[in-house]
Design a protein around this ligand. Structure first.
Ligand code: AMP
Length: 379
């Protein structure tokens, strides 16, 4: 058996690449466990920087600053996967990056990600690489319409994607790609969207949270609830799929697998995120261990915590438009004592920007959803 490095114990300093809300909630969990935190991103007074001991506000491609940051920490993780490979390589000269740069490289590009998944036997919708109008026309011929055309790089929350219904839309869609590489995906007729957030340690120990069911509004996650309303066979299949993916990628840390449940009852993987996930926020208030504490444990080499769901729970995102008539009415939302408020410390509320979330627990999943949606309406 290969030897496993010793754990990085509380008191040590963890470096975080990226400084948004995922980094903030990670930093809060790490601080509870007694770690120090240094945050690195181009921003300042960021959601994570407000919690960390130190905040570097520098470009990701400033490799000298990256090295200076990495020299001060014992391990590095991230909350934002679109960090250049050169950045993680420079950082890795001084401290382990978990998950490592290879996992980041695969998951930050939709084509590499789908090619990896398909090549290893994980189910995905049929797809093609697009680098010209001719590619797009032959993809439409081979895979049919409707379809979804996405940019290969830098996509999240439906950014950089277009639904294609007719042949006559192909040319405009190709122009819309502006010469960047694209991926053509056969449209999935799905019943539900679910996600599995899972952790894996250096020793290969694996733990998944219960399957989350997700609903979107304008391509952005709106409400998540757990447990998902799918049959136990599919739940097991989803978690087995995640276990296989984390193992194949040799992930140390967390990885989220977003999946479709198709109308004919199959699972298809839509996307991987090598980190915590918006759908996992309810774990803070509803699970024995939160996804953020689990990330700390996994990247530091501590034993994983229980992922048990204590109560059915639901989470509702709070987006910037809720601020359009001034500060939301927080007291009104919190009138229900089973509703918890999480705000990310963002100064400016822009439409579509994730500002915070509410979580509710209840006796049943439906009650938890009703509670959280009602609380949000009161804002
Ligand atoms: P993504 O940015 O890839 O996570 O996609 C955002 C959302 O677009 C997903 O959550 C789905 O609701 C929808 N979507 C993405 N890809 C497809 C597809 N191939 N077929 C149908 N809907 C899709």
């Amino acid at each position: 058996m290969t030897s496993v490095p010793p754990p990085i114990l509380p008191g040590a300093t963890i470096g975080v690449l990226g400084s948004g809300q995922l980094g903030r909630m990670f930093a809060l969990a790490a601080r509870e466990l007694g770690y120090r935190i240094i945050v690195y991103s181009p921003d300042n007074d960021s959601p994570a920087g407000q919690i960390g001991d130190l905040e570097y506000s520098c470009a990701y491609d400033d490799l000298e600053k990256i090295r200076e940051f990495a020299r001060q920490v014992q391990v590095i993780t991230f909350e934002f996967e679109n960090v250049p490979s050169a950045t993680t390589s420079a950082a890795a000269e001084f401290a382990p990056v978990r998950p490592d740069g290879r996992v980041l490289h695969i998951t930050q590009n939709r084509l590499r990600e789908k090619t990896f998944l398909h090549g290893n036997g994980f189910p995905v919708t049929p797809f093609r690489r697009i680098t010209s109008l001719a590619d797009l026309q032959s993809a439409a011929h081979d895979l049919g319409l409707p379809a979804v055309l996405k940019t290969a790089d830098f996509g999240y929350d439906g950014k950089g994607q277009t639904k294609l219904a007719k042949q006559t839309e192909l040319e405009a869609a190709w122009i819309g790609l502006k010469g960047t590489e694209g991926i053509y995906e056969a449209f999935v007729s799905f019943e539900k969207e679910i996600s599995v957030v899972a952790a894996r340690t250096l020793r290969g120990e694996f733990a998944a949270f219960p399957v989350f069911e997700n609903t979107h509004a304008n391509h952005i996650l709106d409400v998540t609830f757990a447990p998902a309303a799918i049959d136990p066979r599919l739940q097991k299949e989803a978690i087995d799929l995640a276990a296989g993916i984390l193992q194949k990628l040799d992930v140390v840390g967390l990885l989220t697998v977003e999946m479709f449940v198709t109308t004919d009852g199959r699972l298809l993987v839509n996307e991987l995120a090598p980190r915590t996930h918006n759908s996992g926020h309810l774990t803070i208030d509803a699970c024995v261990t939160s996804q953020f504490e689990q990330q700390v444990r996994a990247v530091c080499g501590l034993p994983l915590g229980s992922t048990e769901l204590r109560n059915p729970a639901a989470m509702a995102n709070l987006l910037g438009h809720l601020w359009s008539n001034g500060e939301p009415k927080w007291s009104a939302a919190l009138e229900d004592p089973f509703v918890k408020l999480h705000l990310y410390g963002k100064a400016q509320a822009r439409v579509g920007r994730k500002m915070g979330h509410l979580t509710a627990t209840a006796e049943t999943t439906q009650d938890a959803v009703n509670r959280v949606v009602t609380a949000r309406l009161r804002l």
